[in-house]
Design a protein around this ligand. Structure first.
Ligand SMILES: N[C@@H](CCC(=O)N[C@@H](CS)C(=O)NCC(=O)O)C(=O)O
Length: 210
């Protein structure tokens, strides 16, 4: 058993960004997948401080809240910054992804094909163009969102777009955010362990088409 344990349900959900980040840095971890049938018991066991997953064991701590966990990991693995302006550029993108995720999640959970279709024609192109503009703001869109290495902004944007948007509508990137598509490839190519993980990972057990 590795020193790092990611506790989450057997799906991508909120934990996939954490798994992607740990694979990107190539740090071994135990991927503890809690089955839905086990959850009531796990929930009362006190494993999750706030009664929800993901929870991550690391450095003798038990961390909760996805955004804080990902920020902690980025700081630990030198993928963050101390510059206040850069922190703003990073954190506001993470907030945007949170909004997008909340907006779209309902359609996936309820298998609302119509709502999803409308979101892909109305909302996603606009969001993608704004994300593309953020990418172009730094290094003419040839690098990452902030500075000269990926940060939590890259991991949140990547995990959401790669897991939920690219699989659903690959062409939407060519039309609205070609540089974002190139950046996704760049991020994958910059880590062999992430690349291997993405090629071999088990598909999410709760994807609406699954
Ligand atoms: N703000 C929390 C939300 C965590 C959350 O909503 N977790 C859900 C799964 S995605 C959960 O544990 N649900 C089970 C429950 O609430 O009993 C985070 O970002 O980590």
């Amino acid at each position: 058993m590795s020193d790092i344990v990611v506790h989450y349900f057997d799906l991508y959900g909120r934990a996939e960004v954490i798994r992607i980040l740990l694979h990107y840095v190539g740090v071994p971890f135990t991927d503890h997948r809690v089955q839905f049938s086990e959850w009531p018991e796990v929930k009362v066991s006190g494993l999750a401080e706030f009664g929800q997953l993901p929870v991550v064991d690391i450095d003798g701590l038990r961390l909760a809240q996805t955004r804080s966990i990902v920020r902690y990991l980025c700081q630990k693995y030198n993928l963050y910054t101390s510059n206040p302006q850069d922190i703003y550029w990073i954190e506001s993108l993470c907030d945007l992804i949170d909004d997008m995720q909340m907006y779209i999640a309902n359609f996936f959970w309820t298998k609302d094909e119509e709502g999803l279709k409308k979101t892909f024609s109305d909302k996603i192109p606009d969001w993608l163009q704004k994300i593309e503009a953020r990418l172009e703001r730094n290094n003419a869109g040839q690098g990452f969102f902030v500075g000269d290495h990926p940060t939590n902004a890259d991991f949140f944007v990547f995990s959401f777009l790669y897991n939920y948007i690219l699989v659903e509508s690959p062409d939407i990137f060519d039309l609205n955010a070609p540089k974002v598509k190139q950046w996704m490839t760049r991020l994958i190519e910059s880590s062999q362990s992430l690349k291997t993980y993405l090629e071999t990972r088990v598909p999410s057990s709760y994807y609406y088409k699954g």
